[in-house]
Design a protein around this ligand. Structure first.
Ligand code: SF4
Ligand code: SF4
Length: 420
């Protein structure tokens, strides 16, 4: 699409956004892939419509306030990217645009308070743990709380697992095949710390030294995807210092959202002195399932005689954002007795999407219900996925439908299979 954007006006990401807009040929092939277009049925709630809205604002032909409701409803799921024959990098547009909008938009005091509560707790495990405990009291008082606070309170689990901590180094078992560093994440280590333990166990079991750099922090994706670029930059810079890519064969993530966030450090830090470093860093970032799969020649699993159908749910930030779909399926299918069930419409988001289920609870809930139904249609014994947000969202919607089928991170299923 031709445009008349004065890119210099919009900082280091101005040209990046303009290039993304220019690569769109307005064909509409992305529309059927978009969950919000499917649900709301309006062009302005589709990828093509949103690109036009952002173009209008950047060309100063459209008021930001007119575009925002439709842009806020975008999940950032990136299902539009693989569906696009022209290769439009939608991620190069939506997050930078949100950062720009964040500086200009007005929010009510209540909305500001809600955002501050989220941004000051979720990325910090100790605060999040404390906040979740305090939130249980808030949950009990939920009917007295402002309506916009209730979706946030609803997501607080009734019980939290026991806190786990990890050493800085875990040596490989047997012959060493590689050396990696692991990002242990923030919310995930509170909600399900066993995912990190399982990741370490699977890696060392297959000959990999695992380092856990101690000054690491939240990946910054939660901040970046809601437009808080300055917070995202602080997190990114801290991680660049903590993880020296030269020391490791790979920087491993086990939460799709974090992996996708780390892959966007070049955008988050564009125009800063850390831009080049960010590029080297992201080249080393890889999801644990993709890493194990490409390592190959893995330790064989034992036969247990047990047969189970595992429905594999593609987390958007693993499949659309990182292109990881085959590796987790192949690893799970290698477990004796496991049959992988394909969930209908696997490209559609479950509605979790970072803080989307707090910000847009109605659409998120409808997508969550649809995903739970699609999963149930495969009659699984067990559900596997690669993202803590999806895990929480799907668990909650399966419960609502009265079908609490177990759901686990792919790496936990692999670890259990290797330990039997
Ligand atoms: S499929 Fe790609 S090129 Fe076509 S409208 Fe969508 S984003 Fe634009
Ligand atoms: S990121 Fe997802 S919700 Fe947003 S436009 Fe693309 S497909 Fe639609």
């Amino acid at each position: 699409m031709l445009h008349t954007i004065d890119t210099a006006k919009f900082g280091p990401l101005g040209q990046t956004m303009a290039d993304a807009i220019q690569s769109c040929v307005h064909c509409g092939f992305c529309l059927p892939a978009c969950p919000t277009y499917q649900k709301l049925g309006h062009e302005v709630d589709s990828p093509r419509g949103r690109i036009l809205l952002m173009k209008g604002v950047l060309e100063e032909e459209l008021e930001l306030e007119q575009a925002l409701p439709h842009l806020d409803q975008c999940l950032g799921c990136l299902a539009c990217e693989p569906a696009c024959p022209s290769g439009v990098p939608y991620r190069d547009l939506i997050s930078p645009f949100r950062a720009l909008a964040n500086e200009k938009r007005t929010r009510s005091p209540l909305e500001k308070l809600r955002r501050t509560l989220i941004s000051q707790t979720l990325p910090y495990p100790n605060r999040f743990r404390l906040g979740a405990k305090a939130g249980k009291i808030g949950k009990a008082l939920s009917p007295l709380m402002p309506a916009s606070f209730r979706p946030m309170l609803d997501l607080i689990p009734d019980t939290l697992p026991k806190k786990q901590t990890w050493k800085e180094f875990y040596p490989a078992h047997g012959d060493k095949r590689g050396t990696v560093a692991l990002l242990i994440g923030c919310a995930q280590q509170v909600l399900d710390p066993d995912i990190n333990t399982a990741t370490i166990e699977c890696l060392i079991h297959n000959g990999i030294d695992v380092h856990i750099p101690k000054n690491q922090t939240c990946c910054g994706a939660l901040s970046w995807h809601v437009g808080d670029q300055s917070a995202a930059q602080k997190f990114a810079q801290k991680n660049l210092k903590a993880f020296d890519p030269e020391k490791y064969d790979a920087i491993i993530t086990n939460a799709a959202g974090c992996g996708s966030g780390l892959h966007e450090y070049h955008l988050i830090l564009k125009g800063t002195p850390f831009e080049k470093e960010a590029d080297n860093f992201r080249d080393k970032v890889i999801d644990v399932t993709a890493y194990l799969h490409q390592l190959g020649d893995l330790t064989p699993f034992n036969e247990t005689g047990q047969k189970q159908t595992v429905a594999y749910h593609d987390a958007c930030h693993l499949s659309h954002a990182q292109g990881v779909t085959a590796a987790p399926r192949a690893l799970l299918a290698a477990i004796p007795g496991v049959t992988i069930a394909e969930i209908p419409n696997p490209h559609l988001c479950c509605g979790s999407a970072g803080t989307y289920n707090i910000d847009q609870p109605e659409i998120a809930s409808s997508l969550g219900q649809n995903k739970a139904k699609a999963i149930l249609s495969t009659k699984p014994d067990l559900i596997a996925t690669g993202n803590i947000g999806c895990l929480t969202q799907i668990t909650s919607h399966l419960k609502t439908q009265g079908r609490p089928i177990p759901i686990r991170h792919t790496i936990q299923i692999l670890r259990d299979a290797w330990s039997t």
